[in-house]
Structure formats: structure tokens, C-alpha cells
Design a protein around this ligand. Structure first.
Ligand code: HEC
Ligand code: HEC
Length: 326
């Protein structure tokens, strides 16, 4: 056993040394461990429950919308819409970001108004243009009627079916949705290659300073910066402070090739357009067509392996309809 570990770490060091020279500083392999808050430890049962809740349309007033409606796990955790469609065919005012790798972000939402996945998951069921449930109690009653009580009790103990635990279970499930083994990661590990164009793009983003914000192995510094573009006021809409005007979280480049359209307002239909705009707005740089193509080729190497998620069987009462009147 000891020998194996030694060998593994030696070859790891060897690889790092061999490849360190070939990638810009700071770039690297996506971690396989996500941060987990102390008050919501992971367990197989909790993740299973969270998965059911993630796919559960009974969280919505109409009985039609689940988390998966807008963050479809069959399409990289997004709906590919400019603005998502929710209750009574309403559209919200922001593009739906992917849930994949969201466990790695410092704060949730474009404006970071939810610190943790647990806080985030309490929002959508009650959001009038998303799932539009009347109250936390209404959601809990639905879940009871559907037959969730024993599942919650198994995970959280007796009398535990409540709104907070619903959010905890969903967050635990989301923490399993990470996307390792992108072509770029394999390249860094010495187990694969990326195209010449992608390599040129990789050095270009470092040279011109994209990676001052899109830095590290997540390709985001997880910070909030000004993006002087569009009407949305970003963080200012949460804090009311002038200095937060048009401040948004730096989005990760992980899987970005699969999550069009781009930006908080979904206004860039293509990755080329998004790269072109970023260079102009954030770096005051006009990129050539070829430079844009190279950068896009690099971004495409950051598409990892999506988690294989089987659609869960949801609890339902036998021989009786749920109350989906609205
Ligand atoms: C009607 C569409 C819709 C539904 C349903 C929905 N979401 Fe979202 N979700 C969005 C939009 C739009 C945003 C971005 C909002 C913003 O930043 O202001 C978002 C943001 C998020 C984020 C933040 C990701 C990031 O990168 O910051 C997470 C996580 C998330 N949703 C999870 C969920 C979960 C869990 C559910 C179910 C309980 C859910 N969503 C239901 C549309 C939806
Ligand atoms: C000053 C920091 C900063 C720099 C420099 C920067 N970005 Fe960004 N980037 C951001 C922020 C903030 C966002 C989120 C924008 C929003 O709210 O719509 C973003 C979003 C993006 C997106 C869209 C992500 C999505 O999911 O919609 C792409 C693609 C992108 N950047 C690429 C680049 C490229 C390529 C460069 C270099 C040419 C670059 N960025 C330079 C801060 C930066």
C-alpha cells in the first residue's frame, strides 16, 4: 500500500514538473473535493433525497416546474434560454447559470446574494416568476402529501420535514455535480493533448490579462468586479450602494462552451461574441478573428465530464391526486 502511494506521488510530481512549463501560471486541474459546510455533512441518503427534490415539480405551485426545468442536467445544468421560463410562462430578468460546479463558487447568483447553496435553494420555490409557491408551509405541505416524511426522517431524524432541511438536501445533491476530466485537465496531467489553436488561446488569455479575473483552476477568482455592460445594476440591486453598480461575480470558464447564451442578461448568443465583448469591456482590447477563434478553442477544452444522473422515482400517494389547482 505504502509503495503505491509513493509511486503515485512521485509520478504526480514528475508530471507537474514536466508540464508546469507548458501552461500559464495558476492554471491547473479541477479539484475533485468540494467545500462542505460543517452543519450539512454529506451522506448517500441525503444526496438521494436531494436528487428527488431537485427533480420534484411538486415544489412549484403549478406542479410543473422543478429545479431541473431551468437547470437541466441533460443540458449542462442550463436551459439555453436568454431568460428562463417559469410560473405562468413568465420570464425572469437574468440568465440561468449552470448548477454544475456551483459548489465551488464563493457566493451564489450573478450578484452573489446567496452565500451558500443552502441559502440559494430556498429562493426558487417561492420566487413568483420561477416556481411561485405561496409560502414555505405550502411547499412543506405538498412534500408531506407527496409522501416525503419517511425520507426526511431517515436522513435528518424525527419530525424533520421542513423547508430548511429541503434546502440542505438539495445543496448536498448539488455538491455532487462536478465535472472532472476536461481535455485541458487531462492535458495538464499528461494524459492527453489539446489542439495548437487551443494552446495559442491558452497563452493569449494569460498574456492579455483575462486570467487576472478568470484565474486559477476554476478559471474564476470567485470575486465580484465591475462589468460596465447592459442595464442590470448587479450587486447594487442588492446593496443599494453606488460602488456596487454593475458589479457581478466573475463567471467560471469551466463548461462555458456548453452554457450559451452568455452574460447575466443572456445577451451574447455565441462564445465568440462573449469573448469579443469581454476583451473590449474588461480589457479595452480589440481581438482579431483568429485570436477569438484560438481563445474559443481553448475554452472548449474546459468542458468536463458531466455527472451521469439517473432520473429518480419520486414519492407519490397511491390512488390520489396532489393538489395542483393553480
Ligand atoms: C424558472 C427557472 C428557474 C428555476 C425553476 C430554478 N432556477 Fe436556479 N436560477 C435561475 C436563474 C435565472 C438564476 C440566476 C438568478 C440571479 O442570479 O439573479 C438561477 C440561479 C441559480 C443558482 C446560482 C448559480 C450561480 O452560478 O450563481 C443555483 C445554484 C440554482 N439556481 C439552483 C436552483 C435550484 C436548486 C432550484 C430548485 C429549488 C432552482 N435553481 C430553480 C432560474 C431557475
Ligand atoms: C476585470 C475582470 C475580468 C476580465 C479581465 C475578464 N473577465 Fe470575463 N467575466 C468577468 C465577469 C464579471 C463576468 C460575468 C459577466 C456578467 O455578469 O454577465 C465574465 C464573464 C465572462 C464570460 C461569460 C460567462 C458566462 O457564463 O456567461 C466569458 C466567456 C468570459 N468572461 C471570457 C473572458 C475572456 C476571454 C477574457 C479576456 C479577453 C475575460 N473574460 C476577461 C470578469 C472579467
Amino acid at each position: 500500500m505504502k509503495k503505491l502511494v509513493l509511486l503515485a506521488s512521485l509520478s504526480f510530481l514528475g508530471l507537474t514538473a514536466a508540464h508546469a512549463a507548458n501552461i500559464p501560471e495558476g492554471m491547473g486541474v479541477l479539484p475533485t473535493q468540494v467545500p462542505v459546510p460543517a452543519d450539512n455533512p454529506m451522506s448517500t441518503e441525503k444526496v438521494e433525497l436531494g436528487k428527488k427534490l431537485y427533480f420534484e415539480p411538486a415544489l412549484s405551485k403549478s406542479g410543473q416546474f422543478s429545479c431541473n426545468s431551468c437547470h437541466n442536467l441533460g443540458t449542462w445544468g442550463v436551459d439555453n434560454q436568454k431568460f428562463s421560463i417559469g410560473h405562468q410562462w413568465n420570464r425572469g430578468g437574468r440568465n440561468a447559470p449552470t448548477v454544475l460546479n456551483s459548489a465551488f463558487w464563493s457566493k451564489q447568483f450573478w450578484d452573489g446574494r446567496a452565500p451558500l447553496l443552502e441559502d440559494q435553494a430556498k429562493g426558487p420555490p417561492l420566487n413568483p416568476v420561477e416556481m411561485a409557491a405561496d409560502s414555505e408551509e405550502a411547499v412543506v405541505t405538498r412534500l408531506k402529501d407527496a409522501g416525503y416524511t419517511p425520507l426526511f426522517n431517515e436522513v435528518f431524524g424525527k419530525h424533520s420535514l421542513n423547508y430548511d432541511n429541503m434546502a440542505k438536501a438539495i445543496a448536498a445533491f448539488e455538491r455532487t455535480l462536478i465535472t472532472p476530466h476536461a481535455p485541458f485537465d487531462k492535458f495538464v496531467e499528461g494524459q492527453g493533448s489539446i489542439s495548437k489553436a487551443a494552446k495559442r488561446g491558452m497563452f493569449k488569455v494569460a498574456e492579455i490579462g483575462c486570467t487576472s479575473c478568470h484565474s486559477g483552476v476554476l478559471f474564476t477568482n470567485n470575486d465580484f468586479v465591475e462589468f460596465a455592460y447592459g442595464k442590470d445594476e448587479g450587486l447594487k440591486s442588492v446593496t443599494g450602494k453606488a460602488e456596487d453598480d454593475h458589479v457581478f461575480r466573475v463567471q467560471s470558464w469551466r463548461n462555458v462552451a456548453m452554457t450559451a447564451p452568455y452574460f447575466h442578461d443572456g445577451s451574447a448568443a455565441t462564445l465568440e461574441e462573449a469573448v469579443d465583448t469581454m476583451a473590449k469591456v474588461q480589457l479595452d482590447t480589440k481581438l482579431s478573428k483568429r485570436e477569438i477563434a484560438d481563445i474559443v478553442a481553448f475554452l472548449e477544452t474546459l468542458t468536463g465530464e458531466a455527472p451521469q444522473v439517473t432520473f429518480p422515482l419520486l414519492p407519490r400517494p397511491t390512488g390520489q391526486a396532489l393538489d395542483f389547482k393553480d
